[in-house]
Design a protein around this ligand. Structure first.
Ligand code: TYD
Ligand code: MG
Length: 466
């Protein structure tokens, strides 16, 4: 008999290692490697569904069966390609409580409303809980079915029968177990076995399948990253649980564009699509106050106008405080250092706080210019022009660098009627350096706040260190 081997698989990123290590060599997470038995040849987990398949000439192969069908939301259809693809699989990842079950039950309801069958498989809730939620979401239709079980095998006969559903929702892949894998639900081998078996069966029965995958920060359950390569589409649902908006991003898509984004609002009756999110994150901004700037930010190819606030206040601490919310605080440290050096400002006696409005978390480097403008506005206590708009990356030399999506940002700014615009210089237009920005925005009003003049060459000379 072949001897059973073990490999170690990271429950966060799915990387394999032959030895156990405290830290995953691939994603650097700690204590995430789990032993997984490698079944001896001929007994792999997909064996249950294995039928001998022979190669065919691709030109004689049958075309994909069944047409795609709508998710019930035009915007979602568009970003997925053409809606749900029969036999294809998708993963919807997100932190617990973010609204995955709510959104997917809604989608199941929309699909059922068109007469197609949708089966909601839940390992987390009871039938009556699901019914109550479906009632609230207005999703109760004749062809919406539910199955509550923690054994994935319970759904296999349905998928193998002639009335397999058009859409299967698996909520969540981490709460189900397969009879052919070992261990508790949520461990690496279970998650893999359940997902492999279900995708395989759904491909055969032409059922579109959506897996819910919980993402936990501590990695206590196997993360959905493990499954990303097995599915056709990866969707992530993000947001702050204490805010109403949710961002749906398509991270991988075999049937359409990726890097797309939708904005939803969590309401009493489920998730509602925000039709025009371009000014959604501005909130109730008061442009007459100093320290607030509007940035044309970009996330996943979508330009948004977002508010950036900064507060520069006299410090009472020996080491002044720097706080940033909604973006990487290291950027703030960096920008302040560049401002000190290039504009010869002195923040040594000031606490600086900065935040992105609306509870958004931005990664766009184009936020830099707006952050700098907000900091300067608070420092001088001069409000920025009412409809001013900023974007651009600030480099260590105080130059303003172009960022992705320049054209999209320009178009959106024009559509929303912003002006004056401050953006990275191109073809003689725009701002080139921080000094340009300071002059263009504050002109002669900018108070002189010079440090003791440095001895030696001026700081922006090319000679380097003084
Ligand atoms: P849920 O879909 O259960 O999250 P997940 O499946 O990602 O863990 O969403 C839970 C939250 O959503 C919960 O805090 C209640 C809230 N909620 C609404 O605000 N409106 C609704 O219509 C529903 C069903 C839930
Ligand atoms: Mg849920």
């Amino acid at each position: 008999m072949a001897k059973q081997r073990e490999v170690y698989v990271c429950s966060s990123c799915g990387a394999r290692s032959m030895q156990w290590k405290g830290q995953c060599g691939s994603c650097n997470a700690w204590n995430t490697l789990e032993a997984v038995a490698v079944a001896p040849a001929g007994r792999n987990t997909a064996a249950r569904t294995a039928v001998m398949e022979a190669p065919v000439a691709l030109k004689d192969a049958p075309d994909s069966e069944g047409a795609t069908f709508s998710t019930g939301l035009d915007a979602l259809d568009r970003i997925l390609g053409k809606g749900f693809v029969p036999g294809a699989s998708a993963l919807v990842g997100g932190e617990p409580g973010i609204g995955k079950s709510t959104l997917l039950l809604q989608l199941a309801g929309y699909v059922a409303a068109t007469g197609k069958t949708a089966l909601y498989l839940s390992g987390e809730e009871s039938i009556s809980q699901i019914k109550a939620r479906a009632e609230r979401l207005g999703a109760l239709h004749d062809t919406l079915q539910a199955l509550c079980t923690s054994r994935a095998d319970d759904v296999y006969p349905v998928l193998e029968s002639s009335d397999a559903p058009d859409l299967l929702i698996v909520d969540s892949v981490q709460t189900l177990t397969s009879a052919r894998a070992e261990g508790l639900p949520g461990n690496v081998s279970q998650v893999r076995a359940v997902a492999t078996e279900l995708t395989e069966l759904c491909r055969k029965s032409n059922t579109a399948v959506l897996f819910v995958g919980h993402v936990t920060k501590d990695g206590s359950i196997a993360g959905p990253k493990l499954l990303e390569h097995m599915v056709d589409t990866v969707i992530s649902l993000e947001g702050d649980r204490h805010q109403v908006f949710r961002l749906l991003r398509v991270l991988k898509n075999r049937f359409g564009p990726n890097q797309e984004l939708l904005v939803f609002q969590m309401q009493g009756q489920g998730m509602a699509l925000v039709d025009d999110p371009s000014t959604y994150f501005l909130g109730a901004r008061d442009p007459s106050l100093s320290g607030t700037a509007v940035v044309m930010g970009m996330e996943s190819q979508r330009p948004f106008a977002v508010e950036v606030q900064a507060l520069a206040a006299k410090t009472f601490l020996s080491i002044p405080r720097r706080t940033g919310l909604g973006f990487d605080v290291n950027r703030l440290h960096l920008l302040l250092a560049v401002l000190e050096k290039r504009l010869r400002l002195n923040f040594g006696q000031m606490d600086i706080y900065a935040k992105v409005g609306g509870g958004l978390r931005m990664q766009d480097p184009g936020m830099d210019l707006g952050l700098v403008a907000a900091v300067l506005s608070s420092l001088y206590d001069i409000p920025l022009p009412e409809r001013a708009l900023f974007w651009g990356e600030v480099d260590l030399n105080g130059q303003i660098r172009p960022v992705s999506g320049q054209g999209l940002r320009h178009d959106q700014a024009k559509r929303l009627g912003y002006g004056p615009l401050f953006f990275p210089a191109e073809d003689g237009k725009g701002v080139r350096t921080l000094a340009d920005l300071q002059k263009a925005v504050f002109g002669k009003d900018a108070p002189v706040m010079r440090k003791t003049p440095p001895s030696g060459p001026p700081p922006d000379s090319r000679t380097g260190e003084k």
